[in-house]
Ligand binder design. Structure first.
Ligand code: GYE
Length: 308
């Protein structure tokens, strides 16, 4: 209990912690790095992590959270697949007095007592940054193909909103095709192939805007197979800044990627440890910032990552 928690030092408390983590799935390189990072961070802190991969299905997440509650874990971390439908299970956690931290995508609940805090970037702003880069590169004249992330996920909803807000100010820029490719590389390739066919080969297209790097990497494969040069004939801009996108940036096949750190485990565990130590005043949203990587500044970052 709390009395014991305050008698023990923070590190001793952490060594006794059990945390349940409900992860979205393993749809992208970004997600895989995120999962590995959470596991490594838990191990470093001596946290007993109960990791559950939902394979992109909310029903699996709800089941996992219920099982965490049944096991009386000390805290629960959730990276939600979609925004809606969370109220009942979060109420169950609250009734069991188990604190919940939301990471990455958002939950649409009106009662903000249902979780301590959310640690995530501003997805709308990521979309704006991607569009700003593209509007500068093309002088605001561009026919754009959009590959959306998972339908109903706050990452896809926000990125779309921010991007559209910026291109809406440019009368000669527009999205000519938009389809979901579920944040995966395989779908990114498949959907891009069908779009290129529908667009008569794609020669008139100016750019691809993908809601994540993984779909962009699949799509550049399709662009190459259609006999066009990604990064030149069709500009490519996406989000995440995963390691693989740096190779593509340096090869000239991708033009820009908005960074989103996958290292959310450390900050989430910090919040949990502080909460269990008695802290109660948390910001409802701990906003993470990200840089924009382009062919100009990719090399320095790539070398930095290689060195780590
Ligand atoms: O961009 C993508 C992933 O929710 C922000 O999910 C996250 C997204 C990320 O699979 O690669």
């Amino acid at each position: 209990g709390l009395a014991l928690a305050s008698l023990l030092g923070a590190s001793q408390l952490a060594s006794a912690l059990t945390v349940g983590f409900s992860q979205v799935g393993s749809e992208s390189g970004w997600r895989t790095t995120f999962s590995e990072s959470v596991k490594a961070e838990a191990e470093k802190r001596g946290i007993d992590l109960k990791f559950s991969d939902a394979q992109q299905k909310q029903e699996n997440q709800i089941k996992a959270i219920r099982s965490f509650i049944a096991q009386s874990v000390d805290a629960i971390v959730v990276a939600p697949v979609v925004e809606t439908g969370w109220r009942p299970v979060l109420m169950e956690a609250r009734r069991a007095r188990i604190p919940v931290v939301i990471v990455d995508r958002n939950v649409a609940v009106t009662d903000d007592r249902l979780y301590i805090t959310r640690i995530a970037p501003d997805f709308v702003d990521e979309g704006r940054k991607a569009a700003q880069w593209l509007m500068e590169a093309t002088d605001g004249r561009c026919d754009i193909v959009e590959l959306q992330g998972t339908v109903g996920s706050s990452a896809a909803i926000g990125r779309m909103e921010g991007f559209n807000e910026v291109i809406g100010k440019h009368p000669e820029a527009s999205i000519v095709r938009s389809q979901t490719a579920e944040f995966t590389r395989a779908k990114g390739k498949e959907v891009m192939e069908s779009i290129l066919k529908a667009e008569g080969g794609g020669k008139a297209l100016c750019a691809l805007w993908a809601h994540n790097d993984e779909m962009a990497l699949g799509a550049i494969q399709a662009i190459k197979e259609a006999g066009l040069k990604p990064g030149e004939d069709i500009l490519v801009v996406s989000v995440d800044a995963v390691d693989d996108i740096f190779t593509a940036l340096l090869d000239g096949e991708v033009n820009a990627s908005v960074e989103m750190s996958p290292h959310l485990g450390g900050p989430a565990f910090d919040v949990i440890e502080a909460y269990l130590g008695g802290k109660r005043d948390f910001e409802k949203w701990m906003v993470m910032d990200g840089r924009v990587f382009t062919q100009e500044n990719a090399k320095a970052e790539y070398e930095k990552r290689q060195a780590n």
